[in-house]
Design a protein around this ligand. Structure first.
Ligand code: PLP
Length: 381
């Protein structure tokens, strides 16, 4: 993997955390950082090109996910999009709401729901099976009979990579009279999707997860779906999200998304090939492991090594110039098993020895051989 910011020998395998900015996106952003800096809301001619660029970015993003341009609202990223969908639904009018979500959601969803519970709204968490799949029956019974509910199920899990049956979950929610939001932060730009065909009401995405810039994302809001404005104080984003627009960010995000969407199959084939090399490398070195999840996002591997320490592996690999992530969040001195690994019922012996390796389009066969050798050398030492 050739990297300009990091040393050439570093292996970056934490693409679920963030990705390298696409050179094409960078190039497209430059004019809007330095020369074309007119505020898109101003009526004079100097602002025309930034206004046009914002419109074109919105149109390009909409086309990539099968939406209409006015259904795309720019945000600062996935966290804001999730907060807006949950809180904007709950606070759209004064009536009490029911929020149905899964136990493996990102904290941006879980904590937004918790904030709404503190205001008196009802929150129901549905379980997942051992592979991290959300069951349609569980969603159906949790959403049934409320009349005023939002179901929020992530498109793909950020720790174990399980892709959910979103069209089915959405249909079940609608049958029960609920609206449906999906946190698609890990999936947009990595798997094809068409929001109108899926039927979702709200969808969250984040630019830096698909080789776009950090600090920009979007929320898809289906035409007619009730959602209260998130940020007040201006008419931007059709009065729904105030604040001077991040034109360069929107332009870069659109370029990166178009680029990724033009090569879904090629990317997936490359990443699946790299996964195979990695797993074969571990097998050849006699390393015992379990891969968590199912129906994975291309390139995302959650691997558990029995009796090992994921934290220790991360740090030892870091010393070898390899960046991966653990499957547990560190809480002070005590490593805690993540809510996702707990939800899929992973025993202590396996959960503590879990790492997440998330490959991206820049990774090479040499990278994954180095990861497999690095893990084998640490565990077999
Ligand atoms: N949702 C999921 C599933 C994620 O993986 C992340 C980031 O890791 C987020 C939301 C938050 O996105 P952002 O970093 O753009 O705020």
């Amino acid at each position: 993997m050739t990297r300009s910011g990091a040393s050439r020998s570093r292996v970056y395998a934490d693409n679920a955390a963030t990705t390298r900015l696409s050179p094409l996106a960078y190039e497209r952003m430059l004019p809007f950082l330095c020369e074309e800096y007119g505020n898109p809301s101003q009526p004079y001619s100097f602002s025309r090109s930034s206004r046009r660029a914002l419109r074109q970015a919105r149109e390009a993003i909409a086309a990539c996910i099968g939406a209409d341009p006015d259904e795309i609202a720019f945000t600062s990223g996935g966290t804001e999009s999730d907060n807006w969908a949950i809180k904007g639904f709950a606070l759209a009018d004064a009536s009490p709401k029911r929020l149905v979500t899964s136990v493996i959601e990102h904290h941006a969803v879980l904590e937004s729901c918790a904030a709404m519970a503190r205001l008196g709204h009802e929150v129901v968490h549905v379980p997942v099976d051992g592979a991290g799949r959300i069951g349609c029956d569980a969603v159906k019974s949790a959403a049934r009979g409320s009349g005023n509910a939002l179901v929020s199920c992530m498109f793909a899990n950020n720790e174990i990579g399980t892709v959910q049956p979103i069209a089915e979950l959405c249909a079940v929610a609608h049958d029960a009279g609920a609206l449906f939001h999906t946190d698609a932060v890990q999936a947009v730009g990595h798997v094809p999707m068409d929001v109108h065909a899926l039927g979702v009401d709200f969808l969250s995405a984040s630019g830096h997860k698909f080789n776009g810039p950090r600090g920009i994302g979007f929320l898809y809001i289906r035409k007619g779906a009730a959602l209260s404005p998130y940020v007040s104080g201006g008419a931007q984003e059709s009065g729904r999200r105030a604040g001077t627009e991040n034109v360069a960010g929107a332009v870069g995000m659109a370029a990166a998304l178009e680029e990724n969407c033009s090569r879904f199959q090629e990317n997936a084939r490359q990443l699946e090939g790299l996964e195979r090399v990695l797993l074969e490398g571990l097998g050849r070195r006699g390393v015992a492991y379990q891969r968590n999840g199912t129906d994975w996002l291309p390139g995302l591997l959650s691997l558990s090594f029995p009796g090992a320490s994921g934290e220790m592996l991360l740090h030892r690999l870091d010393l070898m110039g390899i960046s991966i992530s653990t499957g547990s969040a560190c809480d002070g001195a005590k490593a805690q098993v993540s809510h996702v690994l707990r939800a899929i019922g992973l025993g202590e012996e396996w959960a503590g020895g879990t790492v997440r390796i998330s490959l991206g389009r820049d990774n090479t066969v040499d990278d994954v051989r180095r990861i497999a050798d690095g893990i084998a050398n640490v565990l077999k030492a």
